[in-house]
Ligand binder design. Structure first.
Ligand SMILES: [Zn+2]
Length: 164
């Protein structure tokens, strides 16, 4: 191959690699920033709504529940954009397969972030999240928040205390 052609090919490969790394970093930053913002905004919302002093597991746990929900919504959005791109007749096969690959990567990264929250070993963030998540699955977010506002605890824990 002529030297100038080879240089051009190397440049294209590097650009492709950088583009891919940039896209991954951008997504990583978006998921990380978004989940942190969801968590911090929940702290602010609790204060603005007049929630009293909460125990760290309830306070941090419910904020982690919101961060987890935000990541889940991002995964859903990414999977629906995948469906949209595959059903689009105007996009070429290579473009739609690229989009599909990126969307699958988005979903995997989202699942990884979700798993990080779910498997946290700390009492406040980890145990707090798991108790909050169970409560939200059982009673819904609105009722769980109402219960926290009235009692400072998760409804699940109240049920447990009642049984004991
Ligand atoms: Zn926090």
């Amino acid at each position: 191959m002529e030297p100038w052609k080879e240089r051009k090919l190397v440049t294209i490969i590097f650009q492709k690699h950088e583009d891919c790394a940039y896209q991954k970093n951008k997504l990583l930053a978006r998921l990380l920033t978004g989940s942190i913002l969801a968590h911090e905004m929940m702290h602010a919302w609790l204060r603005l709504q007049g929630y009293g002093r909460l125990s760290p597991d309830v306070e941090e746990g419910i904020c982690q529940v919101l961060a987890h929900m935000w990541i889940e919504s991002e995964i859903m959005a990414s999977s629906s954009s995948n469906v949209a791109s595959t059903s689009s007749a105007s996009s070429s096969t290579s473009t739609s397969s690229k989009r599909r690959a990126r969307s699958q990567f988005d979903q995997k990264l989202g699942e990884f972030f979700k798993h990080q929250i779910e498997s946290d070993t700390s009492m406040a963030y980890g145990d707090g999240f798991r108790a909050g998540h169970r409560a939200v699955l059982q009673y819904g977010l609105k009722r769980t928040l109402e219960h926290i506002r009235l009692t400072g605890t998760y409804p699940f824990e109240t049920t447990m205390a009642y049984i004991l």
